[in-house]
Design a protein around this ligand. Structure first.
Ligand code: UD1
Length: 391
């Protein structure tokens, strides 16, 4: 392996901000730690998610080290949150002079830190690059497109990503298909998943009503398009109530969803249904819930992938997905807000088990190893190229 003297002294800054970042970064940090010649990796938490349930619990479950830096930005409008991450991250880059900044996924912290790094000519490494929903009403779509444009190294989870990136003028030499780091976490932790009965008991819910293996569905909803509009949220809840007449549902509520249910006066609509509402769950609880489920109803990106890896039928309550492989090869079906379609598919799953699919290429638990090996070599080459340019 090529090593360049002094290279090790410039750390890699690894960024996390919101819940779906944590399970992606945990295996990357571990792989960088085990990779010969890797610079020290420092963990920066922007503080976009800050609740014990949304952040601390996941750090614990995933054995993530305490962040080396916490920017503590908290919640705000998109503009303010993004700007605040940038303002607070810039001095961190100045102080550490990193060899590169690694960002994952598509949350506001991803684009904010990528922008700061790119403007300081620090290489940006984007993990989970090239996914596109082609729906610019989704804040994440804007974050994805812009982050990819300013990234030097782009690691992809599925082959369709390369086509998306090529169309946007990104050279194929910057793009590397490594697989899915989120599935690295899933496979590493599946044996530790917490049984559903235990999770329900902790939430004071009778496991005999909801917790029979393959006898319940899991729901997660948090996208603005589903939960910020009273009509959309009321309709979604109406559909879920009907589903719950066929199969009981367990619904860990995202804070914004819980707040909106209360604000829109929809609590009573849920009261008499066979729906067990829980607070946001830890990673191991969520894994246990999904692994034992008959089906999952969600608008999350990551859960579409996790259910594909677990071969649990997933009905995605969105009109599009940036993860088409979960539909083409996995267990996912797009259902939007189509009540009739959802009920028909639930009946089909109850009757015949539903779509199982197969696990996509390179979703094998080793994506982070591939990233660490490639990145260390890339950094050495980059450093050598830089030295040649500035003799
Ligand atoms: C963010 C990501 C989304 C991701 C989701 C996972 C963006 C644009 N969105 O959305 O892609 O799927 O995280 O959860 O980055 N809140 C708390 N406690 C917290 C964090 C948030 O109560 O720890 C509440 C606050 O009222 C806040 C709201 O949730 O205003 C939304 O949080 P925010 O980080 O803005 O976006 P998410 O909807 O969580």
């Amino acid at each position: 392996m090529m090593t360049v003297p002094g290279h090790e002294s410039r750390p890699i800054l690894c960024i996390v901000g919101a819940r779906p970042n944590f399970m992606k970064m945990a295996p990357i940090l571990r792989a960088l730690g085990a990779q010969a010649g890797a610079p020290k990796a420092l963990l920066v938490h922007t503080g976009q998610h800050y609740d014990a349930a949304m952040s601390d619990q996941l750090f614990q479950d995933l054995a993530l080290p305490n962040p080396d830096v916490n920017l503590e930005v908290g919640s705000a409008s998109h503009a303010v949150q993004t700007a605040e991450v940038m303002r607070r991250f810039e001095p961190v880059v100045d102080a550490h002079k990193p060899s590169c900044v690694v960002v994952v996924g598509d949350v506001n912290s991803t684009i904010a830190c990528a922008l700061v790094a790119a403007k300081k000519q620090v290489p940006v490494v984007h993990v989970e690059a090239g996914l596109r929903s082609f729906d610019r009403a989704m804040p994440e779509e804007i974050n994805r497109i812009l982050t990819d444009q300013i990234s030097d190294v782009l690691y992809t989870t599925e082959e369709t990503a390369l086509g998306n990136l090529t169309r946007e003028g990104i050279g194929a030499d910057r793009v590397h298909f490594v697989g899915n780091v989120m599935i690295d976490s899933l496979l590493a932790n599946r044996a530790r998943a917490i049984p559903v009965a235990q999770t329900l008991s902790k939430g004071n819910i009778d496991p005999s009503l909801f917790g029979k293996r393959k006898g319940y569905g899991v729901v997660t909803l948090h996208r603005p398009s589903n939960v910020d509009d009273v009509g959309a949220l009321r309709a979604a809840i109406g559909t879920l109530v009907e589903v719950s007449r066929r199969v009981p549902l367990i619904w860990p509520l995202h804070p914004r969803t819980r707040a909106n249910i209360e604000r829109f006066g929809l609590t009573s609509a849920l009261a008499s249904a066979r729906i067990a509402c829980l607070p946001p769950q830890g990673y191991l609880e969520m894994l246990g819930l999904m692994d034992g489920a008959l089906l999952v109803l969600t608008d999350s990106g990551g859960i579409q992938e996790e259910t594909t890896a677990l071969a649990v039928p997933c009905l995605t309550m969105r009109d599009n997905t940036e993860r088409p492989i979960t539909i083409d090869e996995g267990s996912n079906t797009l259902v939007g807000a189509d009540r009739v379609l959802i009920l028909r598919l639930v009946d089909e799953i109850l009757r015949a088990g539903g779509k199982g699919g197969r696990v996509p290429q390179n979703w094998d638990g080793r994506a982070s190893e591939r990233i660490a090996a490639h990145l260390v070599a890339w950094l050495a080459e980059h450093k050598a190229r830089d030295a040649r340019r500035r003799p």
